[in-house]
Design a protein around this ligand. Structure first.
Ligand SMILES: [Zn+2]
Length: 315
């Protein structure tokens, strides 16, 4: 069975872009009649995989009307510039605050090298091609895109970053949540409910904004959440409660750590918190826990930057 391209709902194909490993990062192809839209692009090396997903549907590049990215982190939007060169009619939909980062991706690239390290950056993210500003559309909160009669509605969802959008597919009552509704890997299924953890990556992560966004998304009562890392999941309110409880735990970790605490110290504390939480919901034990090493390091970096901002704001 081919697991790279999976039709997970009517007209929705999940594309595993195999960023760092299979089962970690998704892009999505939505098809309605002879029209199509991508949600997320994956990093730059994903372009041939996305184009293959399209041709497997028997669709020409001209069928794609929209490329939507939830935010401008390179694992979500890194392929956008290059992908648009292959899709003559497509417009790029993204949050207004993300535009400058994709028109001139140099800062984004430099920032990612700091976060991931040069070697890992080259091996996995690979760079970014500038986007022509004339091809960009920036939807406002509540705006809908009409894809051959199928409404895709945009929501402004800060917390993970300030330029984050979520998209509701009304046909399936499913939400494309990017990183605004956490991360959840299928390797941990088998407990009382799926293990889900917040994505508190640098540099704009804010605890209270993230909590408010999780609550707002839960209040939409979706049937499905299409997490980039790595859905789909049937929605249940307990998932939002789990994220909120952990975010409050993250706050305690940040506030209780002494001023000298390093990112490594914070990573250790977040790993313990995640483990305790996993035990509480009965997540299976095993080697898969090592998968969280990169996520928790990124989360600790984001939490450290948030803590610094809080300190400065408090004077
Ligand atoms: Zn991500």
């Amino acid at each position: 069975m081919n697991t790279r391209f999976q039709e997970i709902q009517a007209g929705i194909t999940r594309i595993d872009v195999e960023y760092t490993r299979p089962g970690f990062a998704a892009a999505w192809l939505i098809r309605e009649q002879e029209r199509a839209a991508f949600v997320e692009t994956g990093p730059l090396p994903s372009v041939p995989i996305l184009m293959e997903a399209l041709s497997r549907q028997g669709l020409a590049p001209e069928a794609v009307e929209a490329v939507i990215v939830t935010h401008v982190h390179l694992d979500h939007a890194g392929a956008a510039g290059e992908l648009l060169r292959h899709l003559p009619r497509a417009k790029l939909y993204l949050h207004a605050q993300g535009v400058k980062h994709l028109v001139d991706p140099s800062r984004l690239v430099e920032g990612a090298k700091v976060v991931y390290g040069e070697a890992k950056f080259q091996a996995t993210l690979g760079g970014a091609v500038p986007v022509d500003p004339a091809r960009i559309h920036t939807p406002v909160d509540g705006e809908s895109l009409d894809l051959a009669g199928r409404a895709l509605t945009f929501f402004d969802t800060p917390g993970h970053s300030l330029n984050h959008l979520c998209i509701l597919d009304t046909a399936t009552n499913g939400l494309f949540t990017g990183d605004a509704f956490g991360l959840s890997y299928r390797e941990f299924d088998g407990g009382r409910r799926p293990l889900i953890i917040p994505a508190t990556t640098p540099t704009q992560f804010d605890i209270e904004q993230y909590r408010a966004t999780v609550a707002r998304l839960a209040a939409l009562q979706p049937d499905w959440i299409y997490l980039t890392h790595f859905g789909p999941l049937p929605f249940e309110p307990g998932l939002a409660e789990d994220l909120d409880a952990q975010l409050q735990g993250y706050r305690r970790v940040a506030e209780q750590a002494d001023a000298q605490a390093t990112v490594a110290d914070l990573t250790t504390a977040l790993a313990a918190l995640t483990r305790t939480f996993g035990d509480r919901i009965g997540a299976p034990d095993g080697p898969a826990w090592a998968m969280f090493a990169m996520d928790l390091d990124l989360n600790a970096q984001g939490l450290a930057i948030w803590r610094e901002r809080q300190r400065k704001a408090a004077g």
